[in-house]
Every structure is written in C-alpha cells, then in structure tokens.
Design a protein around this ligand. Sequence first.
Ligand code: NAD
Length: 296
Amino acid sequence: MARIGFIGLGNMGAPMARNLMRAGHELRVFDVFLDRTGRLVAEGATAAETPAGVTEGAEAIVTMLPAGREVRAVYGGQGGLIETAAPGTLLIDCSTIDVATAREVAALAHEGGLAMIDAPVSGGVGGAEAATLTFMVGGPEAEVERARPILAAMGKAVIRAGEAGAGQAAKICNNMILGVSMIAVCEAFALAEKLGLDHQALFDIASKSSGQCWSLTSYCPVPGPVPASPANRDYAPGFTAQMMLKDLDLAQEAARSSGAETELGRHAAELYRRFVECNGSGTDFSGIIRMIRGRA
Ligand code: NAD
C-alpha cells in the first residue's frame, strides 16, 4: 500500500481521502480549514501544516480543490508541490479546472521530473462516499496506468480521455450536459405542478421513458422519488450552484476559444448566474427549481 498526500478535504475530497484509507493507504492530509484536516486525522490520517508537508515520503499526491486559481497556488511557486515533491512523485489533480491551466501545470510538473495527470470526476458526493466515481483522465498512458489502482479505490471507472487536459475537456462537456438536463428536469416538474400531475407519477413514467437521465433518476430536484437527492434536505449541497456555474462558464470559455456553438450551454450558464446572484450560490444546483417555479 502507498503513502499518499491529499490536499482539499471539502465535500468531495474528504470522502475520497477516507476511501483511500479504507483501501489501506497511509494518508498525509492538508486543507486551509483546520477542522477539515482534524476530522480526517481522527480517522487515522496524519496532518500536514502546509501543502508541501504532504509530499514527505509520498509516492502520490491527490488534490481536490475548488478551481484553477487554487490549483495554481498549490502546485506552482515557492513551496508549491512541483518545487517540493521528490522526483518521480505522481501528482493527480481531481479538481475541475480549465483545460489551459491543467495543461500548463502538467507541463511544469513534467519539466520538474514529476508525473502528473488531470483526473476530474463525475458522480457527486454520493459517488465520492460510495467510491463509485467516474474518473476522466488526461496524461501519458504510463502515468495513467500508475494512477489506476489509486483511482480505483475511489471510483468505479477510470477512463483515459487523451493527453494532458483531456480529462478536463471531457469533464466540462459532461457537466454542460448535466447543467442543461437539470434545468430541463426542473422545468418538467414545474410544468407538471401547474398541470396537477403528481411528482411521483411523473418520476415513475419519465424514468422509464425517453426523458430518463441522471438529473431525474439519481438527483431528482423534487423531494420524494429519490430519497438521497438534495431536494430531500432543503437543497443542502451536494454540488453547489456556484460550482455548476463555474463548470458552465468553463464550457463557455472553451466554446469561445475553440469556435464551438453551444446555445443551450450558454442559456444554462445565464440561468445559473441569475440563481447564484439571487442567493442561490451555496445551494445545491438542483435548487434552481425554486427560481424556475418563481419565474412563472
Ligand atoms: P469544496 O469547496 O467543498 O472543497 C474544496 C476544499 O479545498 C475546501 O475544503 C477548501 O478549504 C480547500 N482549499 C481551497 N483552497 C485551498 C488551498 N489553497 N490549499 C488547501 N486546501 C484548499 O468543493 P468540492 O465540492 O469538494 O469540489 C472540489 C472540486 O471537485 C471542484 O473543482 C468541483 O468542481 C469538483 N466536483 C465537485 C462535485 C460535487 O458534487 N461537489 C462533483 C464533481 C466534481
């Protein structure tokens, strides 16, 4: 079993780190919030006082940070992982960030004699807890294979998408589908309510018909049909609307720079921006149904 460093113990990172410990790995962890580190230490991890502290004796380091800015801060510059990790260390960034930053940081890591892959995830907090995440991976084949057993302890699928940044490209395309489909499912429930159609009846029918999708069957935006969905706990996240907006903006930025036309993706970003600006930011992204109902 490996000694692994882990940075970023939030909604996703904490359960992912826990699963690595369950698989028998020895973990050294860091988060800017001490209580988050403390919780993992109570379960058997060792605390580091700085990001560089997790590199001590580590064969691999996993990061699960909010966005590109934090990834640059943790990996780059003085005292960053690229400067402090021992040659040959495998760096695995599971955060969802822009493709350009992912490529830039991976290039710096490789120049510094380290291995590095981008490995963003799909599956949400439920998938992180149950170790059933899907990892979309970008990087050299040999490095992806090196990471595979580590990722397998946290997920059910590890799929190589291509070279550095390809995992992030796959992730933003996937999440553009998710943002658009969540809005579609919310609009369908809002319409059903107006038509006097019962939530459960719509769920039972659409989940066995052509409207079936993850936003409906795993993350239903109304309470009842899927007991584990955030709708059953007043839309506590989960995956915040702020994070969804971040991913939709990343998709729009990528569409602009590559010349792709993504009209529904653009509209979904506008709706999530409005929701975030109207106090929705820390709410689960499925909570946008409240705004959709309110606009009627
Ligand atoms: P989060 O905000 O709950 O966790 C991020 C953690 O990083 C926090 O604990 C924060 O304190 C820590 N952090 C921030 N800056 C840091 C720094 N400089 N050094 C060390 N720690 C730092 O976010 P999350 O929901 O766990 O999401 C993490 C990433 O995973 C994001 O990129 C998100 O887009 C992606 N993601 C989230 C979900 C989800 O359902 N929450 C699903 C798929 C992907």
